[in-house]
Design a protein around this ligand. Structure first.
Ligand SMILES: [Zn+2]
Length: 275
């Protein structure tokens, strides 16, 4: 799933092009993709977008008159593309905007399941829609992070991915960040020292910035990630093969040498069943 670095790289790439010309046609949209029906999509026609904004993993596009906002959540498989006039695109995009002159913004989604969503809202509704999100992960700082981890006891990997407390990090960047901070994904927030909180805050900024720079250069997952999905490959710090463990609904990748003092993490779901 695209996370903060990926979404921010797309936002930067889309900001100028989407605001260059007024919209002449909004839609069609796949019935599962468009989540709102009032106001109708056609109310975007004739309006111009003020650019691309981002909050956590969502992109949004306000109109220059301040009346409407197009909110986009790509989920796992959704992709947004800006196509120049005449440039070939998908036959049936899940959603599209056509701009004066013929350029298009298209949303595609691989696979049969349509999970990505588009909402056409007024600015107050957007605020409500985003109100549950915690502060942006990039630049969060040790002080705020210390408060967050004091709020409830839980495993670090799960805390980092909770959008209500820190917004923008998912499973891939949680793996990269914890490795950078030399912290175990299973470490409980209550057991983390003040120095470790500082290391975690630094790692969040360092890794998300690194990711953003690479994504802006067009780097793919293989080049961008150093720990995530690197099972068996040598750790970039110590050379130990990267290990994996199933946790909640997904797989965590980590270096046993750098992060867990040589311990191999056990699948918690399985050990719970066997107890
Ligand atoms: Zn290592």
């Amino acid at each position: 799933m695209p996370e903060l670095p990926e979404m921010e790289a797309w936002r930067r790439a889309l900001d100028d092009p989407v605001s260059a010309f007024p919209i002449v046609k909004a839609g069609p949209a796949h019935i599962a993709t468009l989540k709102t029906f009032d106001p109708p999509l056609s109310s975007l026609e004739g309006k111009q977008l003020a650019g691309a904004k981002r909050r956590a993993k969502r992109l949004f596009f306000p109109t220059t008159d301040g009346e409407l906002v197009l909110l986009v959540h790509l989920m796992t498989a959704g992709r947004l593309k800006y196509l120049e006039a005449g440039e070939k695109g998908p036959k049936t995009p899940a959603f599209q905007l056509v701009f004066e002159g013929g350029a298009r913004l298209v949303l595609t989604e691989a696979g049969a399941k349509k999970r990505a969503g588009v909402w056409l809202l007024n600015p107050e509704e957007v605020e409500q829609e985003l109100a549950h999100l915690g502060p942006e992960a990039l630049g969060i700082g040790a002080e705020r992070l210390a408060k967050i981890r004091a709020a409830e006891s839980r495993r670090l990997h799960s805390m980092l991915r909770d959008q209500r407390v820190i917004a923008g990090i998912g499973r891939a960047w949680a793996n990269e960040i914890l490795h950078h901070a030399k912290l175990s994904p299973y470490e409980l927030t209550r057991d983390v020292t003040a120095e470790q909180v500082e290391a975690l805050a630094d790692a969040i900024d360092a890794e998300l910035t690194r990711g953003l720079e690479l994504r802006e250069q067009g780097a793919d997952d293989k080049r961008t990630y150093r720990v995530h999905r690197k099972l068996g490959e040598p750790c970039y710090v110590c050379g130990t093969p990267i290990a994996q463990v199933d946790f909640e609904e997904h797989t965590i990748f980590y270096c046993p040498e750098c992060q867990t003092g040589g311990r191999i993490l056990k699948d918690r779901r399985l050990s719970r069943l066997l107890r």
